[in-house]
Design a protein around this ligand. Structure first.
Ligand code: AMP
Length: 479
């Protein structure tokens, strides 16, 4: 096995990898990183949770030319949640190289995205529909795109995005590296590859230990009208630190959310009928451990990476067997143990049989614990429900060490440009270009990151110095 240092990566990237605590490359990284560094097209058949994002993000971050202002890499993701997650991975890995990584997705105003794309951007991550909007409006410049990543290709196919992907490709330079990742390889994906890739390398990454084996799985057969009571008893006995309850419809999510609230559970819900802003906020709060129970439809099942979810409950059995695997894959991440429990009504027995056939595995059938047993667990459960869940650290938080973000009270409206900021900062004794992180000029504000523990010095100096001929109000921003 390789080490990250064997890949000939720059110190900036290696430092970010180290800060993220990625000790050794995963199997997919081991095989994919060298191929992309050689600028060859590649098709990767691999599951999520294998470290596949970093497998393409590391070499792309390595090869981005910081000086180029136009985007050099385009990453297409099927959902907004994934787009944001992948943007974060790029941002974290490119942190010390100061890479700018806008994410563009629908159901949010397009104008701030357009503003962001007008500034220096290195990697753009987006969902198909919104990417096409930007391409049609001319707000996404593709002239310098040298890397295209089509992530979760089979999911894009399921969601009907294949034509959109072809449209996006039609805007891109032919001279580029194309990277496609998919958990399965249906015919339509193969033809896409044949059409748009040049002599691609094919890689099939076997899971070291597939999630379906690592995760202990149980099922209960229960009448529909008894499901809520069984859910209550199971949560008391399992008493998870962190749990997702999956349902098939938003109405069911709403119903269970109300039920658990009435029992005073620390819970929130997420489904496709909610505002994007709320969805993102709730996912973020769940990632940080602000509450224990998330009740969700499948919007939260695919690819979403949250550490340490101890229990998954399928309140409804998914109609597609593949969804079952995505759902339970939210637990037992990164080799950890996890548990998944399915509540099977009389109408869902066939669906469960199909899932077992798909998994080639029989799932243990459990019987409803008697009320005495439940009672024994209740005290411990009440204790936990009355304590605040443990906070989880933001991934990449350690990358912020030594970095201070400053807010300057001037922006585009007063003709502030990144060059003005760089000029002022480099005039401060002890500051070099290398100490300046990402600069984001907005209408009436500018944000600039100061690296290498020099933030305090700069903050103090800017209280006395002019920027672009005038004193400006400068304050520190909390990350
Ligand atoms: P992915 O398959 O891209 O969804 O990644 C799954 C998780 O593994 C993410 O939380 C990554 O941050 C994490 N990860 C990626 N590469 C490594 C590595 N080499 N060592 C440890 N964790 C990793």
């Amino acid at each position: 096995m390789n080490k990250f240092s064997d890949f000939n990566l720059s110190n900036q990237i290696l430092k970010a990898i180290e800060k993220l605590n990625y000790e050794n490359p995963t199997s997919v990284q081991d095989q994919v990183i060298p191929v992309i560094l050689e600028k060859m097209d590649i098709i990767v058949k691999s599951q999520t949770g294998s470290g596949k994002t970093a497998a393409f993000a590391i070499p792309i971050c390595e090869m981005i030319d910081w000086d180029e202002n136009k985007p050099q890499a385009l990453v297409i993701e099927p959902t907004r949640e994934l787009a944001i997650q992948v943007k974060e991975e790029f941002f974290n890995l490119g942190r010390f190289k100061r890479l700018k990584v806008p994410a563009v997705y629908g159901k949010t105003p397009i104008q701030p995205q357009e503003q962001e794309l007008k500034q220096k951007s290195h990697v753009v991550v987006g969902t198909p529909g919104r990417l096409i909007d930007h391409l049609e409006h001319g707000t996404l410049d593709t002239l310098k795109i040298s890397y295209l990543v089509i992530d979760e290709a089979d999911e894009m196919l399921n969601m009907g995005f294949i034509d959109d992907i072809e449209t996006i490709i039609s805007y891109l330079p032919a001279d580029r590296v194309t990277i496609l990742l998919s958990a399965t390889m249906p015919k339509d994906i193969e033809s896409l590859c044949n059409e748009y890739m040049i002599d691609p390398i094919h890689l099939v990454i076997e899971d070291e230990e597939p999630a379906t084996i690592r995760i202990s799985q149980e099922k209960y057969e229960v009448e529909v009208k008894e499901k809520l009571n069984l859910l209550r008893d199971i949560t008391i006995i399992e008493n998870p630190d962190s749990c997702i309850i999956f349902c098939n419809t938003k109405n069911k999510v709403d119903e269970i959310h109300l039920f658990l609230l009435s029992l005073k559970y620390s819970c929130q819900k997420i489904h496709g009928g909610m505002q994007q802003r709320d969805r993102l906020r709730i996912m973020d709060n769940f990632k940080h451990g602000y509450f224990r129970y998330l009740i969700a439809t499948d919007v939260a099942s695919r690819g979403i990476d949250i550490d340490n979810i101890s229990l998954i409950i399928n309140f409804d059995i998914p109609r597609e067997s593949a969804s079952y695997v995505h759902r339970i894959g939210r637990t037992g991440r990164k080799g950890k143990a996890g548990k998944a429990i399915s509540l099977v009504s009389q109408f869902e027995i066939q669906l469960m049989n199909d899932i077992e056939a798909y998994l080639e595995k029989t799932i243990d059938l459990k019987t409803w614990p008697d009320q005495n047993t439940v009672k024994q667990f209740k005290e411990k459960f009440d204790e936990k429900i009355n304590t605040r869940p443990e906070r989880k650290e933001t991934k990449g938080a350690s990358l912020n060490e030594g970095i201070i973000k400053l807010h300057i009270n001037a922006g585009k409206k007063t003709k502030m440009r990144p060059a003005d900021i760089v000029g002022t900062l480099c005039n401060i004794e002890g500051m070099t270009f290398e100490d300046i992180g990402i600069i984001n000029v907005q209408d009436i504000s500018t944000f600039v990151e100061i690296l290498n523990n020099k933030g305090e010095l700069v903050y103090q100096e800017l209280q006395k110095r002019n920027i672009k001929g005038r004193p400006r109000k400068v304050s520190k921003v909390i990350f």
